[in-house]
Design a protein around this ligand. Structure first.
Ligand code: SF4
Length: 653
C-alpha cells in the first residue's frame, strides 16, 4: 500500500522546503517538493533530491556505541543511557553543573530540536553552552543593531526592483528557491550585480560582477556611499527623521579618500560608479547580504556599512528595495521555559545561569575553562571538528575530556572523539514543526516512517536520561504536546497546529519591512554606523575563502561522495609563478597545518585567493578547517573564516 506524507526539510537551509514523501510497503520511495509551499514550488535542491540516499545509507548509525579499548562497540540503549546518567551525575556532583558542556549548532532547525535541549538542561540545573557562530552571527547582530530586527522582503517584491545586488551571497547554491524569483525579476528588466571576490554560480546570471579584494567590502561600501552623496547633492530629509547617527556617519565618509578606497577594495572608479547608479540613479535596489562578507574580523562593520549605504540612498522600506538577510527569531512561545523552570524547582533542582563559551574559539575555550573546568561534553546537531576552526586542536581537546557524548546520524570526525555515540533520528522519522528563516512559512515535520534500526529522537534520549537521574516523567515523549504548549503566538496570527500538521502555513509577516518608517530599535530609528577603523594589511599569502557547494550541506557528506584528494583552485598566474601545472600535487599550508591537494587552474579565481571545498575528501573529515585559525568577528561574533591565509608549495617530499 502506498501513502503520501507531508513534511518539511529541517536542515540548515533558509529554503525550509515543503516535502511530500511517498511510502510503499514501509519504505520511503520518493522525497519530493510540496508545491503547496509557494516558495518550494516544484523542486528540491541536489541535497534534497539525494536525501533518501543519505537516509538509507548503510553508513547510518543505527545502534548506540560505546568506546572500549579504543574501538566502538555496539551496545543496548539501556547500557548507553545508564552510562551517560552515571557520568553526568558523577561529573556534576564533583565539579558542578557548569562542568558539562552542551554543544549544539544548526544540524536540525526544527522547533523541538531547539527547545528540548534547553528544557533538558534546566532539569539538570544548567550547563556550559556554546554561543556565537560559524555562520550568520556578525550579519545578524548588525541587522539587529541597525534595524532592530532581521526581516526580509517578500520574494515577489523583486518584481518591483530595478536592480538586485548579491553582496557576498551565492543564492544559486545556498538559497536555490530564490532563483525563480530572480529569473522573473531579470526578465522584468532588473539588472543583477554580484559583489564577491569569487566568481560564484550566481555570477553566471549577473549583468555585472564586482570581484573586489577579499575583505574590501567596507571600503567599497564607503566609496559607493561617497559617490551617492555627491549625486544626491542635498541631504535627504529622512536621514535625520528616520535615522540616528547621520552626522557621525557623514563625517566618517568625509575622512576617506576615493583613490585610497579604490586601491584598498581593489575596484575601479567605474565599478563604484556602477554601484552608485544601482543605489541612487536607478533605484529601487534590492540587496541580498550574504555570509561571505561577514566572515572577516570586520564582518559586523562590513554589514553595517552596507546597511547605512542602502538606507541613506533611499532603498529601505520601499517596494523593490531592502537590506535582505534572513528572518531570525523563533515565532514560538517560549514561556514554556519559565513553566518548566518552575517545575524543576519544585523537584528540588537548583538552577545556575549557563556559562557561555564562543564557537569561534571552541577548542581554546573548552581548554581554558576554570571554576569549574569542563570535564564532560555532549555534542549534538553539530560536527565542530569539521565545521569549526582550529580542528586539529579541537580533536585533541575533545579527546582529553573525561567523557564525550555525541548524538549523530553518521560516524563524523566529532563522533570519532566520543566515548558514547547515540544514533539520532532524521526529520523523516520525527514529529515536529519548523519555521523557515528564509521565507514566511511554518511547516509540519510529520514522521514518515518509524525510526530506522535503533535511532531515537533527541526528545526520547533526553527523556530516558532524566528518568535515570531521579527525574522520572519530567520530559514526556509527546512531541505534539510540547509543540501545542508553544503555539500561542502563532495562534494569535490565526495559525493552528492542526492546520500546520496538514501542510505549510504562511505566517503574517510584512512584505516590505519598515515601510512605515518605524524600526524596532531602542529609539525607533535606523542606526547609522558611526565609524570604520579600516582593515589592517593582510599577512603574506593567499586568502583561503570559505566556499559552499551544491552537493554538500556544510560537513554532511557520505564517504562514497568523498574524493581521495581535494582540489585547490588557483589563478593560472599564481600557478605559473609557482611553477605548478594542472593536476599537480601541492601543499596548501600555513602555521597550523598543511593539506595535500591537486592544483586546478581557474581563470575566474583572483590571484590573491584560493578556493577549496570545505570538507570533501576521504580520511580527513576535518577538511580545510585544519588550516583555519580561531579568529572571531567584531560583532556576533562569528568565525572569521575568510581571514585564513595560506601559501602553496610544490610537493617535493
Ligand atoms: S537543503 Fe534546503 S533547498 Fe535542499 S531540500 Fe532542504 S530545505 Fe530544500
Amino acid at each position: 500500500m502506498e501513502k503520501k506524507i507531508v513534511t518539511s526539510c529541517t536542515r540548515d537551509c533558509p529554503d525550509c522546503c515543503g516535502i511530500i514523501a511517498t511510502v510503499k510497503n514501509g519504505k520511503i520511495v520518493s522525497h519530493r517538493a510540496n508545491p503547496s509551499n509557494s516558495y518550494t514550488r516544484n523542486f528540491l535542491c541536489t541535497k534534497g533530491n539525494n536525501y533518501l540516499k543519505r537516509f538509507y545509507s548503510p553508513e547510518r548509525l543505527l545502534k548506540p556505541m560505546i568506546r572500549k579499548d579504543g574501538d566502538f562497540e555496539p551496545v543496548s540503549w539501556d547500557d548507553a543511557l545508564d552510562l551517560i546518567a552515571e557520568k553526568l551525575t558523577q561529573t556534576r556532583k564533583e565539579y558542578g553543573p557548569l562542568s558539562s558542556l552542551w554543544a549544539q549548532y544548526s544540524g536540525s532547525l526544527s522547533f523541538l530540536n531547539i527547545l528540548m535541549p534547553r528544557i533538558f538542561w534546566i532539569y539538570l540545573g544548567g550547563s556550559t553552552i556554546n554561543t556565537g557562530g560559524l555562520s550568520v552571527d556578525a550579519l545578524q547582530a548588525a541587522q539587529n543593531n541597525d534595524f532592530g530586527a532581521c526581516l526580509l522582503h517578500s520574494p515577489d517584491d523583486l518584481l518591483n526592483s530595478k536592480n538586485i545586488v548579491f553582496w557576498g551571497k551565492n543564492p544559486a547554491v545556498t538559497n536555490v528557491h530564490l532563483s525563480p524569483f530572480i529569473k522573473k525579476a531579470k526578465k522584468n528588466g532588473a539588472r543583477i550585480t554580484v559583489v564577491d571576490p569569487r566568481y560564484s554560480q550566481t555570477t553566471q546570471i549577473a549583468d555585472r560582477h564586482i570581484a573586489l579584494a577579499p575583505g574590501g567590502d567596507g571600503y567599497l561600501a564607503i566609496a559607493v556611499a561617497r559617490e551617492v552623496r555627491r549625486r544626491q547633492g542635498k541631504e535627504p530629509d529622512f536621514v535625520r527623521s528616520l535615522g540616528t547617527g547621520w552626522d557621525e556617519y557623514k563625517a566618517m565618509l568625509d575622512r576617506y579618500d576615493d583613490q585610497d578606497l579604490f586601491k584598498r577594495a581593489d575596484v575601479t572608479a567605474d565599478e563604484v560608479s556602477h554601484l552608485a547608479s544601482v543605489y541612487w540613479d536607478d533605484q529601487p535596489a534590492a540587496t541580498y547580504l550574504g555570509l561571505g562578507m561577514n566572515w572577516y574580523k570586520q564582518g559586523g562593520a562590513h554589514s553595517r556599512l552596507i546597511h547605512s549605504l542602502i538606507f541613506f540612498s533611499g532603498n529601505v522600506g520601499v517596494p523593490g528595495g531592502g537590506a535582505n538577510f534572513f528572518i531570525m527569531g523563533l515565532p514560538f512561545d517560549t514561556k514554556i521555559m519559565r513553566e518548566e523552570m518552575a517545575k524543576a524547582k519544585e523537584r528540588g533542582v537548583e538552577l545556575v545561569k549557563p556559562r557561555r563559551i564562543l564557537n569561534p574559539y571552541l577548542a581554546r575555550e573548552i581548554e581554558k575553562a576554570e571554576n569549574p573546568p569542563i570535564k564532560l561534553a555532549w555534542v549534538s546537531m553539530m560536527n565542530p571538528v569539521a565545521s569549526a576552526p582550529d580542528s586539529q586542536h579541537l580533536t585533541k581537546v575533545l579527546q582529553n575530556l573525561d567523557f564525550v557524548i555525541v548524538t549523530e546520524q553518521f560516524m563524523t570526525a566529532t563522533a570519532r572523539c566520543a566515548d558514547v555515540v547515540l544514533p539520532v533520528t532524521t526529520y523523516l522519522e520525527e514529529d515536529d514543526v519548523i519555521a523557515s528563516h528564509g521565507h514566511p512559512y511554518v511547516g509540519p515535520v510529520n514522521a514518515v516512517v518509524p525510526p530506522l534500526g535503533e535511532a531515537r529522537s533527541n526528545l526520547w534520549i533526553f527523556s530516558k536520561v532524566l528518568d535515570r537521574m531521579g527525574l522520572e516523567g519530567a520530559m514526556p515523549v509527546s512531541p505534539w504536546e510540547w509543540i501545542s504548549r508553544s503555539f500561542g503566538s502563532l495562534n494569535e496570527q490565526g495559525i493552528t497546529l492542526e492546520d500546520v500538521k496538514k501542510g505549510p502555513v504562511r505566517r503574517n509577516l510584512p512584505d516590505i519591512p519598515y515601510q512605515d518608517g518605524k524600526f524596532p530599535t531602542p529609539d525607533g530609528k535606523f542606526q547609522f554606523i558611526p565609524d570604520y577603523e579600516g582593515r589592517p594589511e593582510p599577512e603574506a599569502g593567499l586568502t583561503l575563502l570559505m566556499v559552499k557547494v551544491r552537493s554538500l550541506l556544510n560537513s554532511q557528506l557520505l564517504s562514497e561522495e568523498a574524493k581521495s584528494i581535494p582540489t585547490v583552485y588557483l589563478n593560472p598566474g599564481t600557478m605559473g609563478d609557482l611553477g605548478v601545472v594542472e593536476g599537480e600535487r601541492v601543499w596548501v599550508q600555513n602555521k597550523l597545518d598543511r593539506l595535500e591537494a591537486l592544483a586546478a587552474a581557474s581563470d575566474k579565481t583572483r590571484p590573491d585567493i584560493v578556493e577549496m571545498v570545505p570538507c570533501h575528501w576521504k580520511d580527513d573529515q576535518g577538511g580545510v578547517n585544519r588550516l583555519r585559525e580561531a579568529i572571531a568577528s567584531d560583532l556576533g561574533p562569528t568565525t572569521a573564516f575568510n581571514e585564513t591565509r595560506v601559501t602553496i608549495h610544490k610537493h617535493v617530499d
